[in-house]
Design a binder for this molecule. Structure first.
Ligand code: GLU
Length: 304
């Protein structure tokens, strides 16, 4: 398979494509990003890397970070984790408050904001320095010690993060939050501000394509059962209330973020990250989704 040729064709087909959505602006710092940015990186092996465009430029990974924090929480709590957060698609927007009311403060899944905030609460309870340990985890799995938070983005989100404060307060009232609100949202805003390129994300997500083994040393840091569960959650809940559409079009487990990034994996084959900041109405990168649809159609390979 000539992956570079396929990747180049995707670039050519989509670079001048009309996109009608908008860059996320509810986090002021994200509104400053150049909407024309477009990059993709596919990691298949040490000497099999394929990319185009702005694939080495760092962007705000936002909700993609929820896969990293879920992985750490699963290592810490094992199956007990599922008493605090469910594993069903929400069918509601990622920042919705309504479901929580009739489901007694237990979020539908770890990838909507309420679920990620419960995970943040768990990490605040169990780790001495959660921000430092998350960074160490991400640096380790991607083999890149330069990865860091974008403190301006974290500060910017904090200044407008009323809904996330509301979600934590509400779940605290319903008994599903153990710590004070402030350390939880502080950790959450920082995890969302992680700045990574498509290349770095593709490398980090090889953990999930490689059955729990990290690149380089091959050290196994997640069991096959945990990998199965994380990949299943990406498949069913990774794209807000558009998870069905992503599955239908692309047919791979993945996760998106409002920074315009999407990562997807083909188990035992490759990991691929794409970035284009213009979002569709559901909050997913418009060109990113189109690029991944072309990838699985042109290669003729998906998990289905
Ligand atoms: N930091 C964003 C928020 O909480 C993350 C949203 C996303 O990427 O889904 O609203």
């Amino acid at each position: 398979m000539d992956y570079q040729k396929i990747i180049d064709t995707i670039h050519e087909d989509l670079r001048y494509h009309d996109v009608f959505g908008e860059v996320a602006s509810y986090i002021p710092e994200l509104a400053k990003v150049d909407p024309k940015k477009f990059g993709m990186h596919l990691y298949k092996g040490v000497n099999e890397n394929y990319s185009f465009g702005d694939s080495t430029e760092k962007f705000s990974i936002q909700s993609i970070s929820k896969v990293f924090t879920l992985s750490i929480a699963m290592k810490l709590l094992g199956e007990d984790l599922w008493e605090r957060v469910d594993v069903e698609p929400s069918g509601d927007p990622f920042n919705s408050l309504t479901q929580l009311e009739y489901e007694s403060g237990v979020p539908r899944n770890p990838f909507i904001n309420s679920g990620a905030l419960v995970i943040a609460d768990i990490l605040v309870s169990n780790l001495k320095d959660p921000k430092k340990e998350l960074l160490e985890f991400v640096r380790k799995i991607s083999g890149d010690n330069a990865i860091d938070y974008d403190y301006k983005v974290a500060e910017s989100e904090k200044s407008t993060g009323y809904r996330n404060y509301a979600l934590v307060n509400y779940m605290k009232a319903l008994g599903n939050i153990k710590n004070d609100v402030e350390p939880i949202v502080d950790f959450y805003f920082h995890q969302c501000s992680l700045a990574m390129s498509c290349e770095e994300l593709a490398k980090a997500f090889m953990l999930f394509a490689n059955n729990g083994k990290i690149l380089g040393t091959g050290e196994k840091i997640l069991s096959p059962t945990k990998i199965k569960r994380i990949n299943a959650l990406m498949q069913t809940c990774g794209f807000y209330d558009e998870a069905g559409e992503f599955s239908f079009e692309v047919g791979l487990p993945g996760k998106s973020g409002v920074g315009g990034g999407i990562v997807a994996i083909h188990p035992e084959q490759y990991s691929v990250a794409v970035w284009s900041p213009i979002l569709n109405k559901k909050g997913n990168s418009e060109l990113g989704m189109a690029a991944l649809e072309k990838l699985t159609t042109m290669t003729g390979l998906s998990i289905f």
